[in-house]
Ligand binder design. Structure first.
Ligand code: FES
Length: 102
């Protein structure tokens, strides 16, 4: 597993989710009440990009069929989604955001 710098906190200005690529993994980075989380970028239902979804109160809604995931845990919340998202450890040093991928 390797820690990779993927973003600066300033990039979340006015945007709740960022699309990033790290070591071959497509990631969605979210900032929820000051805490940064990382999940796989693609929905587990049919692969739509969650980075184009709606982020509301700690959840991301898939833009394709409105599947809902809890951002902090990646847990699928029902509807068309039944498989959880992969999540990745995140750490923030100063304003730099690092994600551990392997
Ligand atoms: Fe996300 Fe269908 S692709 S709910």
């Amino acid at each position: 597993m390797t820690w990779i710098p993927v973003a600066d906190l300033a990039e979340f200005e006015g945007r709740p989710v960022l699309a990033r690529e790290a070591a071959g993994h497509a990631l969605a980075l979210y900032r929820v009440e000051g805490v940064v989380y990382a999940t796989q970028a693609r929905c587990t239902h049919a692969g739509a990009l969650l980075t184009e979804g709606e982020v509301v109160e700690g959840y991301v809604e898939c833009p394709a069929h409105y599947g809902l995931f809890e951002i902090a845990t990646g847990r699928a919340q029902g509807g068309p989604v039944c498989r959880d998202l992969a999540t990745y450890p995140v750490r923030v040093e100063g304003t730099r955001v690092w994600v551990e991928v392997g």
